[in-house]
Design a protein around this ligand. Structure first.
Ligand code: 13P
Length: 280
């Protein structure tokens, strides 16, 4: 992941990190990455991992990633448990997110540093979070009042002391569907990127306007996470197909294809918007 993000930072584009939940979503993303000649970050969060387990997930993803005709990295999204993060590294994740952002800053730094040491000794890289990247549905007021915001000094201190390979500061985005127009702190993105310490990650990509994506990338953001939009597309792809074909009960793969096509529409749009196409 780190090489992909450094190349993106150098050449001024973004890399979408798409949350996959199963084989269909993973195949949908990889096929599109190949078609568009885009480097691909596949990430998976704790819910799919509670079903597959880290080892089962890697049994599924490793052959797909290795056979892909473009670089594909597999990343663990938000995990608050350092032992589970280490288990994922042992299972073959080459990139992980240690999310200790709910802890007081000193504890966040200590927990993250420990995971960074473990990861680096095994050739893996770590994303860390500082500040509060909240859920969009319950927290517009808090974000707009600047609660959970990160100072440049705190960001510098966090990156220096943890040694993270990618940095996810709270810059005004939130996970899930926005209820209003988010207020993004482009100045902070620019200032953190100018420190030149670690590529910057934007969480909460679903629902941001094209203009906000462009401004974030212009400010130097390298990794942009997209999850909710993929899940909604998957659901709607299936629901729409079943509604339109109530009598095709013996064609389960057609349902999968509908889900894949819907997910690919979302991923295609973001790869094009982030400028990731034709980079490999
Ligand atoms: P969205 O679900 O808002 O796209 O956020 C994705 C994300 O940041 C995953 O970590």
């Amino acid at each position: 992941m780190k090489e992909m993000l450094l190349a993106a930072q150098r050449d001024g584009y973004g890399v979408g990190a798409f949350n996959i939940v199963n084989e269909q979503t993973a195949r949908a993303c990889i096929a599109l990455a190949e078609e568009m000649r885009a480097p691909m970050l596949l990430q998976t969060s704790m819910v799919p991992l509670s079903v597959y387990g880290p080892e089962g997930m890697m049994d599924l993803l490793r052959p797909l990633a290795e056979k892909a005709r473009v670089p594909v990295a597999v990343h663990l999204d938000h995990c608050t448990d350092p032992d589970f993060v280490k288990r994922c590294i042992d299972a073959g994740f080459t990139s992980v997110m240690m999310d200790a952002s709910k802890l007081p800053p000193e504890e966040n730094i200590a927990v993250t540093r420990d995971v960074v040491d473990y990861a680096h000794a095994r050739g893996a890289v770590v994303e860390g979070e500082l500040g509060a990247i909240v859920k969009a549905k319950d927290d517009l007021a808090a974000r707009q009042s600047g609660e959970g915001a990160v100072s440049l000094e705190a960001a510098r201190d966090y990156m220096a002391r943890t040694g993270v390979d990618a940095f996810a500061p709270a810059v005004g985005t939130a996970h899930g569907l926005y209820r209003g127009e988010p207020k993004l702190n482009f100045e902070l993105v620019r200032a953190i990127v100018a420190l030149g310490m670690a590529p910057l990650v934007v969480h909460g990509g679903t629902g941001l306007s094209d203009e906000n994506f462009r401004k974030l990338i212009a400010a130097g953001a390298s990794k942009i996470n997209i999850s909710t939009a993929i899940k909604i597309a998957y659901y709607e792809g299936i629901a729409g197909y079943i509604q339109a074909h109530p009598d095709e009960k013996e064609q389960p793969l057609a349902i999968d294809q509908a889900a894949i096509a819907a997910v690919q529409d979302v991923v295609r749009r973001h790869i094009a918007l982030f400028g990731t196409a034709h980079r490999v």
